[in-house]
Design a binder for this molecule. Structure first.
Ligand SMILES: [Zn+2]
Length: 102
């Protein structure tokens, strides 16, 4: 799990999992420290998320031309996005940017 490097408080899953190159900062609610994510990891999870998007676009080519192919593609992409968030949440590196207390 993603923990605050200062106070070791666990960060909310959705906040840590959705950190990206565009929005790579999160505030620790426990000690009010602004944390910045290592963006090299978010590109990996972005890749997995992109794979999920590709599944939806090319669902007929991947799952075959059947009525359930789109539903299967969406379900698979949702699973992939959750997996990407779990990976990011588990391995993300956070560094302290600033502390609002000072
Ligand atoms: Zn903290």
């Amino acid at each position: 799990m993603a923990n605050c490097p200062k106070c070791n408080n666990r960060l909310p899953f959705l906040k840590a999992g959705l950190l990206s190159r565009v929005r790579n900062r999160v505030e620790c609610r426990s000690c009010n420290t602004i944390l910045e994510a290592d963006t090299s990891l978010s590109s990996i999870s972005g890749l997995i998320g992109g794979l999920g998007g590709a599944l939806v676009i090319w669902n007929k080519e991947i799952f075959g031309n059947q009525s359930l192919s789109l539903i299967m593609a969406i379900a698979t992409s949702v699973v992939l996005i959750i997996v990407a968030m779990l990976i990011q949440n588990r391995f993300i590196k956070l560094k302290i940017v600033e502390n609002k207390d000072h």
